[in-house]
Each structure stands twice: as structure tokens, then as C-alpha cells.
Ligand binder design. Structure first.
Ligand code: CP
Ligand code: NVA
Length: 300
């Protein structure tokens, strides 16, 4: 049987993604009662980070520990991959030792290449193009708070980046309407857009975009690797900030999400981030439960 990887949301069927989200809810409830199941006893996850992380690292490492397994952290520097050992060699060596590998990297094709040489499941812990693990947590968060996301209106404000691309995939898979408002030169990838076009609307006016939204989502204006362009982006993205005026365009019971880390006063105001519609802390915590369910699914 071929190895199952999780490189984008499209790596799995909608029904599989739904089972993962349902299992995540179950695991979350069990954890509240301090009930643990050692479903991944003696299993080891290798985690390679070529970029920084707080949530992704801690959620995967904690998740493996709670399921009876173990996780190994390879930092951006310190391992041989950081000194130029090839992706092919690293993938082949690690898959002889660990049961699953999470890779956070730059170009998405580096991740695809890694997966093609790996004999064990590979999870995308974020690439320049996608962040599917975050979507599992966001979908779980929405489901817990509001039920089904099908036919809801989700608004993405800001950069057409990796998070935005994963929302585009989610819109097609879970049949919700995604309105993307971003400056023209920062629109999402045209191929990804074409693939999900039936569920996506590009709207450059952020107020129109947010009108009657059920969920408002944003992310930093300069992603990891784009730090040198931060000043330019701050200027160009100004009008796409999620603030109370934007939230007042959305439905009264609309939610706000952000994958974090956030830059208060840039893509989101303090008031919205800390406000009653903000789900960001629950969303961050849901990384743990959704990834535990993902690991079980891939390793079962
Ligand atoms: N949201 C997210 O992936 O956070 P980290 O970069 O801290 O892992
Ligand atoms: N778009 C952000 C997400 C961080 C979790 C980045 O790639 O830096």
C-alpha cells in the first residue's frame, strides 16, 4: 500500500478530513477528563523545522507524548540538513528510523520531493504555499463554535499567502464561500485560484468583502522569509487591517480567526484580537487535538 502523506488538504478525501475533525473533538473531550489513550505507543515523529515555530512544534510534540509516542525536534540549524545534506538523503535516512516526519520548509516542491523519497508519512508543517495543519484546527474551531461551515461566508483579508491558499482549498472541499480581499499585487496564486474558482470571489474593497460574513480571517502581512519586504507591505496592506469597523460589516455573530503569531496594530487591532468574537486562543489550542487525530489517521 502506498504511504499516505498530508502535504495539502487535497492529500486526503473530505470524508477523511471530517473523520479527523470528529476524532479531534473526541480526543479534546477525553483530555478535559484527563483520559489518555496510548494509540501511538512506541511511535516516533521526526520534526524538521527550516523556519521558526512555537505552536506547530509544541502541539506535535505534546500530541505525540499524550498518545504514548515520542517526537524528535530538528532545528533550522544544528542538523546536517541545515548544513546542506540533501532532501533525498535526509528523507531516506529518517524514514528508516522514525514512523512519521513533519517538515516545515520554504518552497512547497521541497516538501513534495521529500515525501517522494520517504517511506513513512510526511506532514506539511507549513510551506511557502500551504499550511494545511492550521486549517484542520480552524475547521475544528468553527465546527465547535458554530456547526457546519458549508455554505457559510468566510472572508480572508490581507496577503494571498500560504494560509490563504489553504483556505482556498478548504472552501472547495467543504463547500463554503471564500471572499478574498487583498491588494492587487498580493493576490493568491492563479493556479490555486483556478482550481477553487467556484467557491472564491476576489474583492479588493475590504468593507464590501466583510459584508455579512460568518467568519473573518487574516494573517501577518509579511510571512517568514519575507522580512525584508515588511516595510513595503505595511504600507500596501494598511486598508486591509481587521478592525472594529470591518467586524461591524460582518454578521453580529461572526467569528474572527488568525493562525498566530499576530502583529497587533498591523493586520489586526488589539480590540479585535482580544474581543469577544476572537477565537484565536481556542484555535491555537485546537492545533493539539486536530494534529493528534491526524497522526492517528496517518499512522493507524
Ligand atoms: N500558526 C503556526 O503555525 O504557528 P507557529 O509558527 O508558531 O508554529
Ligand atoms: N503566513 C505565515 C504563517 C505563520 C504560521 C508565515 O508563513 O509566516
Amino acid at each position: 500500500m502506498s504511504v499516505k502523506h498530508f502535504l495539502t488538504l487535497d492529500s486526503l478525501k473530505r470524508t477523511d478530513l471530517e473523520s479527523i475533525i470528529n476524532r479531534a473533538l473526541e480526543l479534546k473531550n477525553k483530555l478535559k477528563k484527563r483520559k489518555f489513550e496510548a494509540t501511538l505507543n512506541n511511535r516516533v515523529l521526526g520534526m524538521i523545522f527550516e523556519k521558526s515555530s512555537t505552536r506547530t512544534r509544541v502541539s506535535f510534540e505534546t500530541g505525540m507524548a499524550q498518545l504514548g509516542g515520542h517526537a524528535i525536534y530538528l532545528a533550522p540549524t544544528g542538523s546536517q540538513i541545515g548544513r546542506g545534506e540533501s532532501i533525498q538523503d535526509t528523507a531516506r535516512v529518517l524514514s528508516k528510523m522514525v514512523d512519521c516526519i513533519m517538515l516545515r520548509t520554504f518552497k512547497h516542491d521541497r516538501l513534495e520531493q521529500f515525501a517522494s523519497y520517504s517511506d513513512v508519512p510526511v506532514i506539511n508543517g507549513l510551506s511557502d504555499s500551504f499550511h494545511p495543519c492550521q486549517l484542520l484546527a480552524d475547521l475544528l474551531t468553527y465546527k465547535e463554535a458554530r456547526g457546519s461551515i458549508e455554505n457559510k461566508k468566510v472572508v480572508w483579508l490581507g496577503d494571498g499567502n500560504n494560509m490563504c491558499h489553504s483556505y482556498m482549498n478548504a472552501a472547495r472541499i467543504f463547500s463554503f464561500q471564500l471572499v478574498i480581499a487583498c491588494p492587487k499585487e498580493f493576490t493568491p496564486d492563479s493556479e490555486i485560484l483556478k482550481f477553487s474558482k467556484e467557491n472564491i470571489l476576489l474583492e479588493h474593497d475590504p468593507y464590501k468583502a466583510a459584508d455579512s460574513a460568518d467568519l473573518v480571517v487574516t494573517d501577518v502581512w509579511a510571512s517568514m522569509g519575507q522580512e525584508n519586504d515588511q516595510k513595503n507591505r505595511k504600507e500596501k496592506f494598511k486598508k486591509y487591517q481587521v478592525n472594529s469597523e470591518i467586524m461591524s460589516q460582518a454578521k453580529d455573530d461572526a467569528l474572527f480567526m488568525h493562525c498566530l503569531p499576530a502583529h497587533r496594530g498591523e493586520e489586526v487591532t488589539e480590540e479585535v484580537l482580544e474581543g469577544s468574537q476572537s477565537m484565536v486562543w481556542e484555535e491555537a489550542g485546537n492545533r493539539l487535538h486536530s494534529q493528534k487525530a491526524l497522526l492517528e489517521f496517518l499512522l493507524a
